[in-house]
Design a protein around this ligand. Structure first.
Ligand code: NAD
Length: 293
C-alpha cells in the first residue's frame, strides 16, 4: 500500500504520523512546495519509526515523480484564510493550487484521490472534474470530521459509545451542515441533541482560537477513512462524494471500500431533506461563482 500526502503542513504531517502508527502502509510520500519543511517531516518520521517496529519507505520533496504508483493520494495542500479574504477568495486561491496538483500527481486507474483542502466540497468537485477519474474514486473528507466531533460529544453528553449510532452530520462542510437525528430512539431527547450539535458547529473555531489550528481530530478522521479503504471495511461515513441526483460532491453517508466510496440510500425526514437541499444549493452556488471567475 503506497500513500502520498500532498501538503505536509499541520494537517498533512499529523496524518502522516497517525498513518505510520496504524501500520497501514508500505510506502509513504510527502510532497510540499516548502521543500525544507517536507524534508524535515520525512527525517523526523524516519528517525522514529523503528521505535514502533515499522520499516515503511518514507520519502518526500517537491518532486511529484515520487507519487508514481500511489494507491491513495491525500490532498491537504492549500492556504488558509487571510484577514479580509472572503470564502470565495480562499476558494479561488485553493482551486488554482488543486488544479496544479491534480495535473502533476502520478496516478493509475486504481488510485483514489482523497481531498481535505477547504472548502472541501468545492475542491472535491474540482478534483473530480480536472482528473476525469471515475466518480467513486474521488471524494473529500466532507462532514466526517463534524460527525466524529458529534459522536465524541454525544458520548460525553449521554455517557455511551456513540460511534455505533446512526447519527451523522451531513451536507456542506461549512455553515449549512445539518445533523441527522431521525434514526435515533426516543431516549435521546431532542433538546439535548440540538445542544450537542451547536457545540459541534463551533468545534473547529474553539480549537483554532485556543491552539491556532485543528490537527489531531482531522488527522484521526482522515485515517479512519483510509483504514476503511485499505482494509476494504465498507464503513459508512459522510465523506463528500459525487451525487448524481444533485450534481455536487457533498457530505452524505457512504460506503468506503478498496474500490472507492459509494453513497448509501440513507433516509432523511422532511425537515432534514429540506435543509440538505439548501446545503446542495449553497455548494452549487459556490461552484458557479468560481466558474464565473
Ligand atoms: P498548513 O498551512 O499548515 O499546510 C498547508 C500546506 O500546503 C503548507 O505546508 C504549504 O506549503 C502547502 N502548499 C501550499 N501550496 C502548495 C502547492 N501548490 N503544492 C504543494 N503544497 C502546497 O494548513 P493546514 O492546517 O495543514 O490545513 C490544510 C488544509 O486542510 C486547509 O485548506 C484547511 O482548511 C484544510 N482542513 C480541512 C479540514 C476538513 O475537515 N476538511 C479540517 C482541517 C483542515
Amino acid at each position: 500500500m503506497k500513500i502520498s500526502i500532498i501538503g505536509a503542513g499541520q494537517v498533512g504531517s499529523t496524518i502522516a504520523y497517525t498513518l505510520l502508527t496504524r501500520k497501514l502502509l508500505d510506502e509513504l510520500v510527502l510532497i510540499d512546495i516548502a521543500e525544507e519543511r517536507v524534508r524535515g517531516e520525512v527525517l523526523d518520521l524516519r528517525q522514529g519509526q523503528s521505535g514502533i517496529g515499522t520499516t515503511v519507505k518514507i520519502t518526500g520533496s517537491n518532486d511529484y515523480s515520487l507519487t508514481e504508483g500511489s494507491d491513495i493520494i491525500i490532498i491537504t495542500a492549500g492556504i488558509g484564510r487571510k484577514p479580509g479574504d472572503s470564502r470565495l477568495d480562499l476558494a479561488r486561491k485553493n482551486s488554482n493550487i488543486m488544479k496544479g496538483i491534480i495535473e502533476r500527481v502520478k496516478v493509475n486507474e486504481n488510485s483514489i484521490l482523497f481531498i481535505v483542502t477547504n472548502p472541501v466540497d468545492v475542491m472535491t468537485y474540482l478534483a473530480l472534474e480536472v482528473s476525469g477519474f471515475d466518480k467513486n474514486r474521488v471524494f473529500g473528507l466532507g462532514t466526517t470530521l463534524d460527525t466524529v466531533r458529534l459522536w465524541s460529544l454525544l458520548s460525553e453528553e449521554f455517557g455511551i459509545n456513540a460511534s455505533s449510532l446512526e447519527a451523522f452530520v451531513i451536507g456542506e462542510h461549512g455553515d449549512s451542515m445539518l445533523p441527522v437525528f431521525s434514526h435515533l430512539g426516543p431516549e435521546f431527547e431532542r433538546e439535548r441533541l440540538l445542544k450537542v450539535f451547536e457545540n459541534v458547529k463551533v468545534g473547529a473555531t474553539d480549537v483554532i482560537r485556543l491552539k491556532g489550528a485543528t490537527t489531531f481530530a482531522p488527522a484521526l478522521a482522515v485515517v479512519e477513512v483510509v483504514e476503511s479503504i485499505v482494509n476494504d471495511r465498507g464503513d459508512v461515513l459522510p465523506i463528500s462524494a459525487y451525487h448524481e441526483d444533485h450534481g455536487v460532491c457533498i457530505g452524505f453517508p457512504s460506503n468506503i471500500t478498496r474500490s472507492g466510496a459509494y453513497p448509501t440510500e440513507f433516509e432523511l425526514n422532511e425537515e432534514e431533506r429540506e435543509k440538505f437541499l439548501k446545503s446542495v444549493d449553497i455548494i452549487k452556488g459556490e461552484i458557479r461563482k468560481l466558474q464565473e471567475g
